[in-house]
Design a protein. Structure first.
Length: 171
C-alpha cells in the first residue's frame, strides 16, 4: 500500500470508524436449492464509507445528492431545470441535471484504472484491485480510457530514429 494512501485511510478511519453492514449482494430472491441458499446468503462487511445511519451508500442516491451537484458546481454538467417533489406533506423543488452518462460515479473507477495503467502498473494488479474476474475484462472495459496509451512506445521509436539510420553509400 502506498504510504500516502495508508496515511489518508488511517485518518479517515480515525474520524469515521468502519461500520458493520449486512449486504444482500448475492440475490434477494428466495433460494430454491441448497446451493442457491449458500450462494445467496447475505454477507456482513465493514464499510469504510456509509450513510449517517450506518447503511451502505446507494449509488443512485449518491449520484443525485452529491455527485451530480458537485459536477454542476465544477461546471462539468449543467442544471437543465427544476421539478417539484412531494415529501410527506411538503412539496420541494429539486434541480434536474443534464443526462451525462459519461460523467457518472463510475468515472472514478475508469480514472483509477487509467491512471494505474498509464503509470505502468500491470493489468493483473489493476484487475485485482478493481475486482473483475480476470485481466481480459479489465482490458476490455478500461483500455480505451487511457489517452496517453502508446506514447511511451512512440517516444522510444522516435528516440531510436532520432540518430537516423546509417547512410549506405554506394561503392
Amino acid at each position: 500500500m502506498s504510504p500516502n494512501f495508508e496515511k489518508r485511510m488511517l485518518s479517515h478511519i480515525a474520524e469515521f470508524p468502519p461500520v458493520e453492514c449486512t449486504l444482500p449482494w448475492r440475490n434477494p430472491e428466495p433460494p430454491t436449492t441448497a446451493l442457491e441458499s449458500k450462494q445467496r446468503k447475505p454477507i456482513t462487511v465493514r464499510l469504510l464509507v456509509s450513510t449517517a445511519r450506518g447503511n451502505r451508500v446507494q449509488y443512485q442516491t449518491f449520484n443525485k445528492a452529491a455527485w451530480k451537484p458537485a459536477l454542476a458546481a465544477a461546471g462539468v454538467i449543467e442544471v437543465v431545470g427544476r421539478r417539484q417533489v412531494k415529501e410527506g406533506t411538503r412539496i420541494t423543488s429539486r434541480r434536474v441535471f443534464e443526462d451525462a452518462r459519461g460523467e457518472m460515479y463510475h468515472v472514478l473507477r475508469r480514472t483509477f484504472a487509467s491512471v494505474q495503467s498509464e503509470a505502468g502498473e500491470s493489468i493483473v494488479s489493476v484487475s485485482k484491485w478493481l475486482g473483475p474476474a480476470n485481466p481480459n475484462v479489465t482490458l476490455t472495459y478500461y483500455a480505451h480510457f487511457m489517452p496517453d496509451a502508446g506514447r511511451r512506445g512512440m517516444g522510444a521509436m522516435d528516440a531510436w530514429l532520432d540518430d537516423g539510420p546509417e547512410q549506405i553509400v554506394p561503392d
